[in-house]
Design a binder for this molecule. Sequence first.
Ligand SMILES: [Zn+2]
Length: 296
Amino acid sequence: MSDPPVDPAILDENQCVAVDLPCQHCGYNLRTLALRGRCPECGTAVAESARDTRLCRADPRWVTTLADSALLLLTALSVGMFWLWLLGMLVLAFQQPGLDTACVMGPILLCALVAAAALIGLTAPEPRQARSARGPWARRIVRSLLVATVVLTVGPAIALDRTPTLAAWGWAAAGVIAVALVPGATLRHLGDLMRRVPRPDLARRCRICLWLLLGALLSYLIPVALIPINPRFPRLLFPLCGLPSVLALFALVALGFVTLLSIRHALAKAAHEASEYARERASGRRQGREAGCGRA
Ligand SMILES: [Zn+2]
């Protein structure tokens, strides 16, 4: 597929930029510059910054991968949460439900692996990289954090016999990355994608989820961080911080689930529109070629 079209609404009759348009590389205002020219600050082609970056104009196979990955992530999270809820019910009903570790952890590990595969799909690089104005740093960070989680989970398991303390620290770090940093970076990345649908309302909801995640973590971590100072602090602070933490977590799960459902729907719609658009452009080009051949 060739480059996406330049939005004609931002050009004047001389094919110069008629609106405030930041260079995608350095942010320089490209207003009044010719579309064929280059940014005077960094040399990036003006046309690259003027491209239509909506997902419905992107490579349809890539947008379809995003939509399918969102569905996979939704499925993995739903099954994982259902399993946790079922475990909670079993413990409440039977006190000791007689489940061994493999039985408890197996489904959770499987859901985590499926969710990781879904995240790899959701952060797949765009075939013809259209750098959005904010830059796709969140996408790369999600991938780096996934690699770090795997290294910090597998590494300590190998070195467990020799350095058990170091292994425990490694697993703790992997846990923090998997529970806090990966969801945070993913929410940021999904917000970036939603701005390109464009669905600013969903981008805003991703930002709210990010704040809820931060709030839940901080209100949990503050009492824990105070243990070395005075062991009595957590007992005093947990009722104050613990309740907001639990409430923020519940709100995050509820809002996050509904938002991911809407994101999946928006991506599927964008994938359909991108396929239609690619087909129209292909048939338009074919007709153009056939007309050209007729004249020759
Ligand atoms: Zn520039």
